[in-house]
Design a binder for this molecule. Structure first.
Ligand SMILES: NC(=O)c1ccc[n+]([C@@H]2O[C@H](COP(=O)([O-])OP(=O)(O)OC[C@H]3O[C@@H](n4cnc5c(N)ncnc54)[C@H](O)[C@@H]3O)[C@@H](O)[C@H]2O)c1
Length: 251
């Protein structure tokens, strides 16, 4: 039987690691990629230790050559990738006055162009095989909220929405493309006091999230597995907000 392959970027920690584990539990061969070598290897080893199938590849999403090389190597061995989860992302606090071209470009390069690079590399074989799907990580800060001192991040994450819509139409009917817009999820990114909410900010947020808690990486990972599954066969071009009711509950 065909064992589907999922390639996850930024799979060493946080939402990416949970996503790699959730796809492994769902029976996928997991290609865990990250610039964090130790963490990425450990996620792949953990999956294997639990009876799953996984391998780690170093992949910096800002490097077109890295992306092409990893995707080709995977396709040569296992055929077209079934699911891409373009998850790698960064969020740095930078007030507008300090937002020089270099900082703007770096965030856009990882958070938006990094997603395009992976989708672009995986698409041709998926189209030839006439199957496959892609999931890109946006954010509530890209679909609904403006995030002060993070306009580069908000712009990139809003850009992901356009990327998902355009790609969904261009790659239809063979390949589905959707996005996820997480709310507050407990990871290294959101726990950073300097660049995001920090532990106190997350505790504060939990008070006004209708489901009564900050999200865990697994809350996002499980929806990614759903988006990749047959159950989501008629779903494309959408960015699903997974936020415990935050957006609809705050007024
Ligand atoms: N945590 C949240 O509350 C939250 C909310 C909304 C959206 N998101 C998005 O979800 C995704 C995962 O976030 P997270 O919270 O797990 O963050 P995280 O900081 O815990 O993990 C991010 C991962 O991306 C990797 N990465 C960074 N730059 C990379 C590069 N150039 N190439 C390859 N990998 C790179 C990191 O090494 C890390 O493994 C990101 O796109 C993030 O913006 C997170």
């Amino acid at each position: 039987m065909h064992k589907p392959t999922v390639l996850v970027t930024g799979a060493g920690i946080g939402i990416g690691a949970a996503t790699a584990q959730a796809f492994a539990a769902a029976g996928y061969r997991v290609i865990a990629t990250d610039i964090l070598e130790e963490e990425g290897r450990s996620v792949a080893a953990g999956i294997e230790a639990n009876g799953g199938v996984a391998e780690y590849h170093r992949l910096d999403v800002t490097k077109t050559d890295d992306v092409e090389a990893v995707v080709s190597s995977v396709q040569d061995r296992y055929g077209p990738i079934d699911t891409v989860v373009a998850n790698a992302g960064i969020a740095y606090r930078v007030p507008l006055a300090e937002l020089d071209d270099e900082r703007w470009d770096h965030t856009l390069d990882v958070d938006l162009k990094g997603i395009m690079r992976v989708c672009r590399a995986a698409a041709p074989a998926m189209r030839t095989a006439r199957r496959g799907n892609m999931i890109a990580l946006s954010s509530i800060m890209g679909v609904a909220y403006g995030w002060d001192e993070h306009v580069h991040y908000s712009a990139a994450k809003a850009g992901v929405v356009g990327l998902v819509r355009g790609l969904a139409v261009e790659l239809a009917p063979d390949v589905r493309v959707n996005g996820l817009a997480p709310g507050y999820i407990r990871t290294a990114q959101s726990l950073s006091r300097e660049h995001s909410s920090g532990p106190a900010g997350l505790a504060e947020a939990a008070k006004f999230i209708p489901l009564g808690r900050v999200g865990e990486p697994e809350d996002i990972a499980d929806v990614a597995v759903f988006l990749a599954s047959e159950a989501a066969r008629y779903l494309t071009g959408q960015v699903i907000v997974v936020d415990g009711g935050l957006l609809v509950g705050r007024y």
